[in-house]
Design a protein around this ligand. Structure first.
Ligand code: GLY
Length: 364
């Protein structure tokens, strides 16, 4: 069997790798460089609780399932690639900045044995840089993080070492159909025929010609700007990921990543002073000492958003074409589960109907 995947982000690479391990001949077409889109721009949090709250939804179920897969997935990637990806359970400390948040967190902890409510003093014992102006915190010790930039490199290496073909700097421009099914992908340089295709091009997943009416994934870019702060001499980084005041702070490689803005402004990835000021002000409101830290990096990325906020994972309205997109804020978190799900769907292994079926938009 031959499969062509469009997009070498975390999803396309992980799906390609899993398919390759199942004996499939896989080519991944990437418009730029592997792992350099949202995969690169992300903060690498494996944070189902912090991202999705207490909701008992299919998306939360997917997030928790993926979280459970992550330790083995990370170990396997490191072994296959020889590249460390820094997966670690650093925990998430969610700060209650007001009484309403504190009440909400107390309710969540009461319903989930993996969560603990902390008093302001306990939260500050865990993270001494926190402002004195907090009402408490929720501690999710199981939550983890991974170095997403290393992850992109490692997955690309694992995929190629497994015998996959990775074609960079070659954008898929058109899908060719034959007898009502996907038959080939056309790029500026050639035609790639296959038995099945996976569209995993993140925010760019809707930008391919040749799809039937209703078959274009309704994915749109949601811009996020982020900062990395460098500590002054002698200052210690937090040990855990901290959430509060509408932002998150992630210790990574001697820097503190601060994210992120959420903007629906098309494919614009320009860096703005307004975003840097907003992120800095929020960070200082959570940890006043960060005023002394300097901005080491400022970047932007585009998340793939969908009309109902849920991912699009599975068969499209066109036979032979699958999609793995719309992961929005959770592409890194979902990756191991998405890879298994798409592998099984492409191989036509039995699967349950899913809330993420892309055909839910086909009638629009
Ligand atoms: N997962 C965090 C973000 O998308 O900003």
């Amino acid at each position: 069997m031959k499969v062509v995947i469009i997009g070498a982000g975390v999803a396309g690479l992980a799906i390609g790798w899993r398919l390759r391990q199942a004996g499939v001949e896989v080519t991944i077409l990437e418009r730029a460089q592997p792992g350099q889109g949202a995969t690169w721009a992300a903060a690498g949090m494996i944070a189902a609780t912090a991202e999705l709250g207490e909701a008992q939804t299919p998306e939360a179920e997917l997030a928790h399932r993926a979280s459970r897969l992550w330790p083995d997935f990370a170990r396997e990637i490191e072994e296959a690639s020889g590249i460390a990806i820094g997966y670690r359970r650093s925990g998430s400390l969610m700060i209650a900045m007001d009484a309403g948040e504190a009440t909400n967190y107390a309710g969540r902890a009461a319903a989930d044995a993996d969560l603990a409510v902390l008093t302001p003093a306990q939260a500050r014992a865990l993270e001494p840089m926190l402002t004195g102006d907090i009402e408490g915190a929720l501690w999710a010790a199981q939550e983890a993080q991974v170095d997403n930039r290393a992850l992109g490199r490692a997955l690309a290496t694992a995929f190629v070492r497994a015998g996959g073909t990775l074609v960079a700097n070659e954008a898929a421009v058109r899908l060719e159909t034959q007898a009502g099914r996907a038959a080939a992908v056309r790029t500026s340089f050639g035609l790639y025929e296959a038995d099945a295709f996976v569209l995993a091009a993140g925010a760019w997943s809707g930008l391919i010609d040749g799809l039937p009416l209703g078959g274009v994934p309704p994915v749109r870019p949601i811009k996020g700007e982020m900062l990395a702060l460098a500590p002054p001499q002698g200052a210690a980084l937090p040990a855990q990921v901290v959430w509060g005041s509408g932002i998150y702070l992630v210790p990574r490689g001697g820097r503190l990543l601060i994210g992120a803005t959420l903007e629906d402004v098309g494919f614009d990835t320009s860096l703005t002073e307004a975003a840097a000021d907003w992120l800095s002000a929020r960070a200082v409101s959570v940890m006043p000492g960060l005023r002394q830290w300097s901005i080491a990096e400022h970047w932007a990325g585009l998340r793939p958003g969908s009309p109902d906020g849920l991912p699009l994972l599975g068969q499209t309205a066109l036979d032979g074409l699958h999609v793995a997109s719309g992961q929005y804020r959770n592409g890194i978190l979902f990756a191991p589960a998405v890879a298994e799900m798409l592998r099984d769907l492409v191989l036509q292994r039995p699967s349950e109907s899913s809330a993420f079926d892309p055909r839910r938009f086909a009638a629009r």
